[in-house]
Write a protein that binds this ligand. Structure first.
Ligand SMILES: [Zn+2]
Length: 386
């Protein structure tokens, strides 16, 4: 995953290899002939790039079905022997995954330290010990999902209130310790990447979708034209701070009436308490809802209406094909979806209301698959190649 200088021969070769890898990931199996047609590269160039990828073990050949003559040799990704290490700090787990995002082995992350540098040292030790027990030449890289603000270029954790970390050079330190490329992303981006890469939304032609992560906090990852939109300060998608009531309750961000101040799980539970005088936790709330409790249904209705207002704004602004709802709010399931769909179909502009709203996962496989997807994504991002 080294960057190579634009315009150099090496750059052109890497570019061609990445282009071929991307096409094969999306449309495999493909023959060399089909690749030449799709890339508009010469058969010789395609042949050389394919040979290189075969020798790197990233591709494998299979026999296609014949239409009369000799059976064509088809190319697909070589899942065997190409693995990535995925680390998820929300769930406190790490896993060995294949290039399809399937988890082969999973282990808990164990920490004695509580401070960032101490935890980083222990993480390096755990991963190193794990890799030593593997055929480590098969591991292409490490993807790490962090609940917090991350600079994906440098792999630095800028701030995570959940972990109590600030300005931690996570990728650099782990790269030094493990000798492998390390990619670090925010957990919301990781989940959306899992969906993008492994759910094969792109292969189904869904290039514009929103991954909404709603629970104790609310955020979204925007995928437009098949690319994750990050914004100039890496903050695009902060839908939790979309104000839908300028006179609403004060938010920690300084604004009023942000979605997060209205329908995050603590706010919904507080609303239930104000209606009934009873304090309950989220799983009790879901049980009440299942049992048809009137106050719980009223809170669900409120949540669906307000989140619906937010989604109508998003539909009108970005016109996505698909909205995937993840996070703990998605546990409210079909009842919430129905409310959201009603809102969108009656309030979004004609032409933007034809959006599908779905509960996310288990397609993307959650945080660990998302972390694996980060490494896979870099492999398929021009002009990088593993
Ligand atoms: Zn706010």
């Amino acid at each position: 995953m080294r960057e190579v200088k634009k315009g150099s021969l090496q750059f052109v070769q890497r570019y061609n290899q990445t282009l071929i890898l991307r096409l094969i990931r999306q449309r495999a199996p493909l023959s060399r002939y089909q690749l030449a047609k799709l890339t508009q590269l010469s058969p010789t160039t395609v042949g050389a790039a394919v040979e290189e990828l075969l020798s790197m073990g990233l591709l494998r050949e299979t026999e296609g079905s014949s239409t009369g003559g000799r059976k064509p040799r088809m190319l697909e990704l070589n899942a065997k022997g190409n693995m990535v290490l995925a680390v998820g700090f929300m769930g406190g787990q790490f896993a060995l995954c294949n290039l399809q995002g399937q988890i082969l082995q999973q282990h808990p992350l164990v920490f004695k330290s509580q401070d960032g540098p101490g935890m980083l040292g222990e993480l390096a030790e755990q991963l190193k010990a794990f890799l030593e027990a593997q055929e480590r030449e098969n591991v292409l890289g490490v993807g790490i999902s962090i609940p917090g603000l991350v600079d994906p270029e440098t792999g630095r954790v800028l701030f995570s209130s959940y972990l109590g970390w600030q300005h931690l050079p996570l990728a650099d330190r782990l790269n030094e310790a493990l000798g492998l490329p390390v990619v670090v992303e925010n957990d919301g981006i990781a989940l959306a990447l899992g969906e993008t890469i492994f759910r094969e939304a792109l292969e189904r032609g869904e290039e514009d979708f929103i991954y909404l992560h709603a629970g104790y906090g609310i955020g979204a990852t925007l995928v437009l034209g098949g690319e994750i939109q990050r914004g100039s300060g890496q903050l695009a998608g902060e839908i939790g701070h979309m104000s839908i009531d300028w006179q609403g309750p004060q938010c920690s961000c300084g604004n009023r009436g942000c979605l997060e101040t209205l329908i995050s799980i603590p706010r919904l539970l507080a609303r239930y308490q104000s209606l009934t005088g009873t304090a309950i936790n989220y799983s009790q709330f879901r049980e009440k809802l299942e049992g048809g409790d009137e106050a719980a249904l009223a809170v669900l209705d409120y949540c669906g209406t307000l989140l619906g207002v937010g989604l109508v704004n998003i539909c009108n602004l970005l016109n996505p094909q698909l909205i995937l709802l993840g996070g703990d709010l998605s546990l409210l399931g079909a009842k919430l979806l129905q409310k959201l769909e009603e809102n969108i179909s009656s309030h979004a502009l004609p032409g933007t209301r034809e959006v599908t709203v779905q509960i996310a996962g288990p397609h993307g496989g959650g945080e660990l698959a998302g972390a694996a997807a980060m490494v896979v994504e870099r492999m398929f991002t021009l002009p990088y190649v593993g």
